[in-house]
Design a protein around this ligand. Sequence first.
Ligand code: RP5
Length: 171
Amino acid sequence: MAIMTATTHAPLVGIIMGSQSDWSTMEHAANTLRDLGVSFEAEVVSAHRTPDKLFSYAEAAAGRGIQVIIAGAGGAAHLPGMCAAKTVLPVLGVPVQSQALNGLDSLLSIVQMPGGVPVGTMAIGKAGAINAALLATQILALHDAKLLTAIEAFRERQTDTVLANPIPGVK
Ligand code: RP5
């Protein structure tokens, strides 16, 4: 079942994750896309528990109009790599912070793809989820002036916030 967070327009970005337990990380990607005005869908698709669903999702994504896939997983995180193996859409992998090894297992599982099947690997956890959404938007913005403006405005706000609060702990 899809997590009920998808935007109403035809989704350009597909967010998938290995488990419901990944949502507390991956919702940061969803929130960032929503703030930037990017249409997306979000769904649990597990490489290990629902492998057939993963194959059908990855095979059908481009035909449904998805342009970038963000895949988050933790532990033995095969989801981004297997998804990338079944589609030529860009796949951005988000290593979810695992309890046992703090996400180092997730990071190494996702980043060490064999030559020939790339996954754009983000940072572990929340920062990675946010950056996956920003990078997906930047990819879409190559052919979408509205999204380019949204990214430029985001950067400007970010810079202004830092410059307006130069002393740590004082707002
Ligand atoms: C991975 O196993 C998921 O991506 C998740 O990060 C991890 C643990 O899943 P649960 O046992 O919490 O469902 O496949």
